[in-house]
Design a protein around this ligand. Structure first.
Ligand SMILES: *Cc1c(COP(=O)(O)O)cnc(C)c1O
Length: 477
């Protein structure tokens, strides 16, 4: 058996049948394209039946890459079993190296060949793979939603599967177990925690509980549109607080505080700039709050800012400050589709939020998945580390292209874009976020994706810039 990367080996039928050797190599997962009995030492096996022996359908490449990504992100080692001569499994391993390490296809095939010289993929097989990545049926790349490109926490998925059998029962009405677990992590009391259907649900509750019709809310500009839409739903009066360039200006906030202020919104890291509010500036704002006002800190991207100077809102809450911090499981934990997030604040504020929630507000799948995801340190670590590498790759690429961008502490980058960038990137199969709704025409926001996705975005952006350059060169002086 030959390792093409520390977590992925390619081996023969005999290798795949040798449970003791697999165990000695730390391998607990098999991926095979041919029928194969699973040795007892192997915890999980995926069999992908492929009728065509010298070409790989796009669906097989996608399924294999997604399976490998999830298992490897969760800390497992995988053996891909390969029949001699046909070499579809080594070719699939090359696909994975291409997608996840950002190697070109040639580099990926060379890496596999170096580890396993006898694997010589049929030319038709190589052609089918090149067509998949180059052609119209290549996977579209979605870098618009700031989602975790690695997928959901596998532990959360397993918890959902376990909980599904009990879906005829109502969920814990007060999410007690989840609130206890969060309280322990944060050094707070469970009575200081509130669970919502995503952070957006809690933003809505905060506007309803603390602001209401005619009340005044301070919202940074530009910002995540959910604050404004929540304010509009309750008929609140919005006072916008401009950023200074891409950074927060605390003086702009202080100048707008008044006895009418009910809620002040801050996001750190901020969306769409990816910048942080300085903890000292935050403390000034907190200490200047008028009586009865609440300071909301949206920390949906906090995990990605690891290693930076971050606001300690839990300490503020412990000291009784009128602070509500919001966090989401939609980002690092990869559960955006499930809708679960939480907030923490002094108990008096939490009670006012909870009073607006109907009974059985948060479903049992969301509660169970959140509990499991918070414990899934492997997925969290892998996701954050991959994001650091992806950010580096994107920012190095943008610098090379001479594109102006904002250095980010999150999993996305705001950049100045060429004309019609959204449509022209879409033609090349790359979706990014339009910034018109954020009041930033001429900009786009791109999420950090898998290495191959980042590479595809940079290649497409490079094409746009060269096209525009050619147009300018073609205009007679
Ligand atoms: C993505 C995001 C959230 C998360 O919202 P959910 O409702 O938990 O999915 C919250 N705030 C900001 C600024 C975001 O970008």
């Amino acid at each position: 058996m030959d390792f093409v990367m520390p977590q992925l080996a390619v081996g023969s039928r005999a290798d795949a049948a040798d449970g003791a050797a697999l165990q000695a190599a730390g391998i607990d997962t098999l991926l095979s394209l041919a029928p194969l009995a699973r040795p007892a030492e192997v915890a999980l096996q995926l069999g992908l039946a492929v009728a065509d022996r010298v070409a790989l359908p796009a669906a097989t490449i996608r399924a294999a890459a997604a399976f490998l990504a999830a298992r490897i992100a969760a800390g497992h080692r995988v053996l891909m079993h390969c029949e001699q001569g046909i070499s579809r499994s080594p070719a699939l391993a090359a696909c994975f190296l291409h997608e996840h390490l950002g190697l070109s296809l040639d580099e990926a095939f060379a890496r596999v060949r170096a580890a396993r010289p006898q694997a010589e993929p049929h030319p038709a097989l190589v052609a089918s793979i090149r067509a998949h990545y180059a052609g119209a049926d290549g996977p579209a790349v979605d870098l618009a939603g700031n989602e975790n490109p690695f997928g959901p926490s596998p532990a959360a998925c397993a918890a959902i599967a376990r909980t599904a059998a009990r879906l005829h029962r109502y969920p814990a009405a007060d999410s007690a177990e989840l609130r206890d677990a969060l309280a322990r992590r944060l050094g707070l009391a469970a009575s200081q925690l509130v669970i919502g259907n995503g952070a957006c649900d809690l933003i809505d509750l905060a506007l309803r509980a603390f602001v209401g019709a005619g009340g005044e809310v301070l919202i940074p500009d530009p910002a995540f549109p959910a604050y404004r839409s929540a304010a509009a739903r309750v008929g609140a009066r919005v006072v916008t607080v401009p950023l200074a360039g891409s950074e927060y200006s605390i003086d702009e906030y202080l100048a707008r505080l008044s006895p009418d202020t009910r809620l002040v919104v801050v996001a750190s890291p901020h969306n769409p700039t990816g910048t942080l509010m300085d903890p000292a500036a935050w403390a000034r704002l907190r200490d200047a709050l008028p009586a009865g006002a609440v300071l909301l800190l949206d920390e949906a991207y906090r995990d990605y800012a690891e290693g930076r100077a971050l606001i300690d809102a839990a300490a503020d809450v412990r000291r009784g400050a009128a602070v509500l911090a919001l966090r989401s499981l939609s980002k690092v934990e990869g559960l955006a589709g499930l809708r679960v997030g939480y907030g923490f604040a002094p108990e008096t504020l939490v009670r006012r939020l909870a009073a607006l929630c109907p009974q059985y507000h948060v479903g049992s799948l969301a509660q169970a998945a959140a509990l499991a995801a918070l414990e899934d340190e492997t997925h969290r670590r892998a996701s954050i580390d991959a994001n650091f590498r992806g950010l580096e790759m994107l920012t190095a690429g943008l610098t090379r292209l001479g594109v102006e961008f904002v250095p980010s502490a999150a999993n996305f980058v705001l950049l100045r874009a060429p004309r019609d960038a959204l449509a022209r990137l879409a033609e090349r199969g790359v979706a990014v976020k339009c910034m018109a709704r954020y009041g930033l025409p001429g900009h786009i926001r791109v999420s950090v994706g898998l290495p191959a996705e980042n590479a595809r975005f940079l290649a497409a952006l490079g094409e746009l810039l060269r096209e525009d350059q050619d147009c300018r060169d073609a205009v007679p002086a």
